[in-house]
Design a protein around this ligand. Structure first.
Ligand code: NAD
Ligand code: WQD
Length: 337
């Protein structure tokens, strides 16, 4: 059965391609390499022994998207990862984000709308909750107006999919990821941040390797047990596996709503200092860090209530923070060797 994975050479996409191929799906990747490299294909092949079909297409090009779906008219499901994801960059260049994250989505949905049946999985984000009032966060928590254009593209993306599903044969699952970290245990694929990482874990592993002098801990005066901000860090392989299960649910069509939404997290919150401790434990290295003021736009705390994914998808994150951190560290060492 053929599955289109847009952004399939990126961080979460590549891990999902591996899990899809592991259970026998025939994968077609579309990626314009704007935040990835064709080298990632080698890692996928090293793990799975199978080479996915790869097409270098920019999904902002409507005609190219149309041609793609004409050529591949037997796609059973689409997992749409392709997007730009740097929060800070989106503030400086909102139109880049609205074009890439919204136009591409619209063009793909336009093609799916023509089909007698279509299954669509969308990469959404816990950012749509903003600072939720109640922890852990359920899917029923109110969606808030996001602070960044990036966050807004996820909110708008969800709304577009809900509107289109109402009047078409498209069934969709919206997956709201919390904080994905780590890499494949083989260290054949992993996260490849360009430039100075904005996210905590790649900054930690680069600092641990000596590429950065020290980590800035953004704020120790939050109303949390140790004063640093709390997030739900989920191993990317657990996240990838959830996509396979979500796809199977769409394909089985049993008791399915037109659009369903699931949180994907571990259900456990970890503070920045706890993440540092985890790194120190698994690497045996002391991490240099200093306390700095809060980062603008950051929230205090976000961690998932995962009951819905547990009950309906039968999915639960398996890896601990230490396991995820160990995989991130193994990957950092591999790419620097
Ligand atoms: P990533 O940048 O590693 O992967 C995205 C991939 O999409 C890249 O390979 C990029 O080259 C490709 N791409 C971007 N624009 C494209 C276009 N116009 N045409 C074709 N390919 C295009 O990002 P990721 O971390 O793997 O994130 C995947 C998805 O998950 C994104 O939609 C992101 O917004 C969402 N998400 C990520 C996180 C996170 O923290 N990583 C959290 C929540 C949601
Ligand atoms: C985690 C914690 C920082 C770097 C972002 C996006 C969100 C989602 C996931 C896509 C925070 C602290 C970080 C550093 C630090 N992406 N930190 N020093 O901010 O939870 O979420 O990625 O949808 O939309 O906003 O993740 O990894 O940037 O930060 O102290 O050098 O680590 O303040 O508390 P965040 P993050």
């Amino acid at each position: 059965m053929k599955v289109l994975v847009t952004g399939g050479l990126g961080f979460i996409g590549s891990h999902t391609v591996v899990e899809l191929q592991n259970v026998g799906y025939e994968v077609v990747i579309v990626d314009n390499l704007s935040n990835s490299s064709q080298e990632v294909l080698k890692g996928i092949v090293a793990i799975t022994g199978t080479t996915p079909v790869y097409e270098n297409i920019d999904l902002r090009e409507k005609a190219a998207v149309q041609d793609f779906f004409q050529k591949h008219d037997d796609i059973a499901g689409v997992i749409h990862f392709a997007a730009s994801k740097a929060v800070g960059e989106s503030v400086g260049d909102p139109l880049l984000y609205y074009e890439n994250n919204i136009s591409a989505l619209v063009y793909v949905l336009k093609e799916l709308q023509k089909k007698p049946a279509a299954n669509f999985i969308f990469s959404s984000s816990c950012t749509v909750y903003g600072q939720a009032e109640v922890m852990p966060i359920t899917e029923n928590a109110p969606v808030q107006q996001p602070i960044s254009p990036y966050g807004n593209t996820k909110k708008i993306g969800e709304e577009i999919i809900i509107d289109v599903a109402k009047i078409s044969n498209i069934n969709a699952i919206l997956l709201r990821y919390f904080n994905p970290i780590g890499s494949h245990p083989t260290a054949e694929i992993g996260e490849l941040p360009i430039g100075v990482p904005q996210n905590l874990v790649p900054f930690i592993t680069q600092t641990g390797f000596g590429l950065r002098a020290e980590l800035s801990v953004f704020g120790d005066d939050y109303p949390t047990p140790d004063g640093t901000a709390v997030r739900d860090y989920i191993h990317v392989v657990d996240l990838a596996k959830a996509h396979v299960i979500a796809l199977q649910r769409l394909l089985n069509q049993k008791n399915l709503d037109k659009v369903e939404t699931f949180n994907l997290g571990t259900g456990t919150g970890s503070s920045v200092l706890e993440v540092i401790q985890s790194f120190e434990k698994v690497s045996g290295k002391k991490l240099p860090y200093k306390i700095m003021p809060r980062r603008e736009g950051d929230i205090t705390s976000a961690y998932a209530n995962t009951d819905k994914a547990n009950e309906i998808l039968g999915w639960k994150a398996q890896s601990t923070l230490d396991e995820a951190m160990a995989s991130a560290w193994k990957w950092e060492q591999k790419i620097r060797s």
